[in-house]
Ligand binder design. Structure first.
Ligand code: GUN
Length: 293
């Protein structure tokens, strides 16, 4: 069994990005600029956004954080999005989710100029990805394809089970694994809460990508010997032995699955660190106007 080290891979990719940014700036080009909007004080969102700002520094990007209280109106937020759309200095931006209940996330996502949508959530980017056109790809699935590629994991003709059908992980992940290139060319099955025979389907898979948010869902009896296991789960589980009072628990029961597989991502330190790294890749592409002029 080989452990897939997402932390080390993310560090290496960020160093590569920083090197490229240095060259761009030295030759008179513009330093990529990522802006982030954070509404309210959700603990998870605060941490994510803080880590995104730190990653920007590591990559040599300019970053701007716009913070608003959770009682702002939808119209106010839409207007802030419009301002960022029109700000020529901002190459890409994100609106951290979740948003307060009185604000429509879909409306906000669709208000973002797709050419600056480095989260890859806008329907134009989702649609372009599904037909294989250049676009921003949602960070978690992009990070996973990078891990598969960096570890030279064979995907062509393999049976890949994606557990979960969320718009930001499961669905794009399935699209990427079936795309006509590497990593891809896999035979993809998407399983979700209404699927039958989940255990049997998983037991036939060469690659399992678990993105359910259900701690320890994938057990050893569901895994074929030699399978590749990608664990996207990061559920906060109470743990008195931790300073924070919780630990992150994956969707895979690592203690019993690890010895059966060929490759596995740990939680934490697997997919998680790659997610922010992918946002940095998208921001570099935005700065270079790689996909959209
Ligand atoms: N909330 C959880 N993950 C994400 C993400 O990738 N982007 C944004 N904008 N919000 C999130």
């Amino acid at each position: 069994m080989q452990l897939i080290d997402g932390k080390a891979t993310a560090t290496a990719i960020k160093a590569e990005i920083a090197e490229e940014v240095k060259k761009i700036v030295e030759s008179g080009g513009k330093r990529p600029h990522l802006a982030a909007i954070l509404v309210g004080h959700d603990g998870g969102s605060e941490t994510y956004v803080k880590n995104k700002v730190i990653a920007c520094e590591q990559c040599g990007f300019k970053s701007t954080l716009l913070r608003f209280e959770d009682d702002i109106t939808e119209e106010f937020l839409l207007n802030e999005v419009r301002k960022l759309n029109e700000d020529d200095d901002v190459d890409g931006f994100i609106v951290q989710l979740p948003l307060p209940k009185h604000i429509s996330e879909q409306k906000v996502i669709e208000a973002i100029d797709y050419r600056k949508d480095v989260d890859g959530f806008h329907p134009i980017n989702v649609g372009r990805m599904s037909i294989g056109l250049p676009c921003y790809i949602s960070a978690t699935p992009l990070g996973i394809t990078d891990l598969l590629a960096r570890y030279n994991i064979e995907t062509s003709g393999k049976k890949c089970v994606v557990l979960g059908r969320s718009n930001i992980v499961g669905k794009p992940m399935a699209q990427l694994m079936m795309q006509k290139r590497y990593p891809g060319d896999a035979t993809v099955t998407v399983l979700h809460s209404h699927s039958k025979n989940i255990k049997e389907e998983c037991a036939q898979a060469d690659i399992i990508i678990a993105a359910l948010g259900s701690p320890d869902f994938v057990t050893a009896d569901m895994v074929k010997r030699g399978a590749v296991i990608i664990d996207v789960g990061t559920t906060r589980v109470p743990d008195a032995s931790k300073k924070s009072g919780f630990r992150l628990n994956g969707d895979v029961k690592f203690s019993e699955v690890a010895e059966k597989c060929s490759f596995i991502t740990p939680v934490p330190g697997g997919v998680g660190p790659m997610t922010i790294c992918s946002l940095m890749k998208n921001t570099l592409a935005a700065g270079k106007k790689e996909y959209y002029k």
